[in-house]
Ligand binder design. Structure first.
Ligand code: GLA
Length: 400
């Protein structure tokens, strides 16, 4: 009878379980250490990054989540509950969560749908409900859930199990699906998670693929190309995630600017991946450019699209609220490119989201989002030079 009751409760719970809604109406913004620090995580680092997120002004422009990546995990106890690695997190995760919350920020944590994480720590397979209880107890607000060591598992089912576990634990958690786009999560994850990775791990290289033998890391251009065609799946509370940012991790300032601009054009989650306590002025300026961030955080939540590509120059458009548009001229080449764009010869049609910019019938004011100046109107041709591996990014507002 007891067994029957347990099964009955589990089945009913699963029927009524759902994803926590409205936790990510705009793409989540935060910091995660993997790109810069890899497995070298510990409580001092996490606290330092929370301090730096506030001191650098990043919190003021919308960054919110401080996310602990892999390697925080210690052992499971005799009951199966997970504990943090006592050398790295001696104060425990609850203490870190309290610290992060005291700064007005939120805490994220990492686990894996398989038996082990990518760094061979205990994964959540078979312990999903127990792990979710712990996260809730600790005060976790965000979970990145990876896909290593999952041989034989069905991705949709595995992510659903953790979604249900989080829901059962009753603490609202943003659920970040990280299976690198292998099982086309855009087709099934809208009601499972709030964001899903679309591509393999990013690497701080503008245009290359780094072959690690059993896996590849992709540069900025490769990831952008992967996003083409996926915009129909993305929107408020369910975002395509092209991976964490590499701004400040070794590319040139031009490349960092192009990378950041394009993530905003793609309505991507903006999860900084650099050392926030030691940033150059240029890195800080890129990560905190409010006008560029407002393109990413626009309430319509429409992912931009590639309008044209010719000889390494791409033009991307993104519909914004109030009939505004963001435009990004992306120079993929290693030479500067002169642009001369005759607005009135173009009619931009977004047939998926039903938006049109007709420059013959409507004139728009043009604002350069990196120069931070109004620079004219669309009734005149636009001439500009786009430096190598860089962008010119504009906001257009209709003149009524
Ligand atoms: C995978 C993920 C990365 C990072 C590492 C940690 O590669 O895609 O973002 O979380 O695992 O081991």
């Amino acid at each position: 009878m007891k067994k029957f009751l347990t099964v009955f409760l589990m089945v009913t719970w699963t029927i009524f379980a759902q994803k926590f809604e409205k936790l990510a109406l705009t793409p989540p913004m935060g910091w995660e250490g993997w790109n810069k620090f890899g497995c070298n995580t510990n409580e001092e680092l996490i606290k330092k990054m929370a301090d730096a997120m506030v001191a650098s002004g990043m919190k003021d422009v919308g960054y919110q989540y401080i996310i602990i990546d892999d390697c925080w995990e210690g052992e499971r106890d005799s009951l199966g509950f997970i504990h943090p690695d006592p050398n790295r997190f001696p104060s425990g995760i609850k203490a870190i969560a309290d610290y992060v919350h005291s700064k007005g920020l939120k805490l994220g944590i990492y686990s894996d749908a398989g038996w082990k994480t990518c760094e061979e720590r205990p994964g959540s397979r078979g312990y999903e409900f127990q792990d979710a209880i712990k996260y809730a107890e600790w005060g976790v607000d965000f979970l990145k859930y990876d896909w290593c060591n999952t041989k034989g598992l069905n991705a949709e089912e595995a992510y659903l199990t953790m979604r249900n576990a989080l829901y059962a634990a009753k603490r609202p958690v943003v659920f970040s699906i990280c299976e690198w786009g292998k099982n086309k999560p855009w087709e099934w994850a809208k009601d499972v998670g709030h964001l899903w990775r679309t591509a393999p791990d990013i690497t701080p290289c503008f245009d290359c693929i780094v072959d690690h033998g059993s896996w590849e890391a992709w540069g900025i251009m490769q990831i952008i190309d992967r996003e083409v065609g996926l915009r129909i799946y993305s929107g408020p509370d369910h975002w395509n995630d092209p991976d964490m940012l590499e701004v400040g991790n070794g590319m040139s300032v031009n490349e960092d600017r192009a990378h950041f601009s394009m993530w905003c054009m793609l309505a991507a989650p903006l999860i900084a991946g650099n050392d926030l306590s030691n940033m150059t002025d240029e890195t800080k300026e890129i990560l905190t450019n409010k006008e560029v961030i407002s393109v990413d955080q626009d309430s319509l939540g429409i992912q931009g699209f590639r309008y044209s590509e010719e000889d390494g120059l791409e033009i991307w458009f993104k519909p914004l609220k109030d009939d505004n548009w963001a435009v990004c001229f992306l120079n993929r080449t290693t030479n500067p490119i002169d642009i001369n764009f005759a607005w009135r010869e173009h009619r931009i049609v977004d047939s998926v989201f039903n938006k049109v910019a007709d420059f013959k019938t409507t004139t728009y004011k043009i604002r350069d989002l990196w120069v931070k100046k109004d620079i004219g109107r669309t009734n005149k041709d636009f001439t500009e030079v786009v430096p190598a591996h860089d962008v010119v990014m504009l906001r257009l507002s209709p003149i009524k």
